[in-house]
Write a protein that binds this ligand. Sequence first.
Ligand code: PGA
Length: 228
Amino acid sequence: MYQKPLLIANWKSQKTAESALAWVRAVSPAPAGLDVVIAPGFTLLSEVKAHLPEGWQLGAQDASAFPLGAYTGAVAADQLKDVGVRYCIVGHSERRRLFHETSQEVVNKVEQLLSAHVRPVVCVDQPYFKEQLGLLGGAGITSADIDIAYEPLAAIGTGNTADPTAVTQFLEQMRTEWQESRVLYGGSVNADNIGEFLLISQGALIATASLEAESMNAIIAQAIHSAQ
Ligand code: PGA
């Protein structure tokens, strides 16, 4: 099944309304050949949605493992859906490392997102991808339900991308079971290397290089060039 390459700009805990608005005004429309998603922090979702550049889709960086209800501080998948979120990153390594999130919690989040009709993008890395994907499969989640982002820890925010040959090997290993998922690469992606990574993956998760609209525009231009 053909699916467009998926690019997700993950702002993490960066930007307030003013800088977010300046960014959406300066960023290029999304080309028809790509799915392009902006994932701002929760407080910026409505504002970004109101000024969403042409063709872009709204994403979130996390979701609650619980439904709507008495869960102080948590943002439920139904609330994300309500503000127009189409994609949600789950299980990012920063969530695991700094917030002690477990693979089972990620499964619970994926289930909440699926019931709210928000597409989960599950982040994995070598040390726990088998456990994570095994638990997802055990919960009845199939490759048609999710996209996956391979994010080697050493490549995140460091300027050192993973070796494309190693990425290829890893992606092939996952492909056997997760055939219908788009498998993205994430870790120091920028306009100079996006073309290379799109040859071996179905998209990219981009943080640092997505923060400036100009840099994001250059990534989109390169991505559409290599997708043609
Ligand atoms: P980076 O981060 O693009 O800054 O390396 C990627 C990520 O954390 O998703």
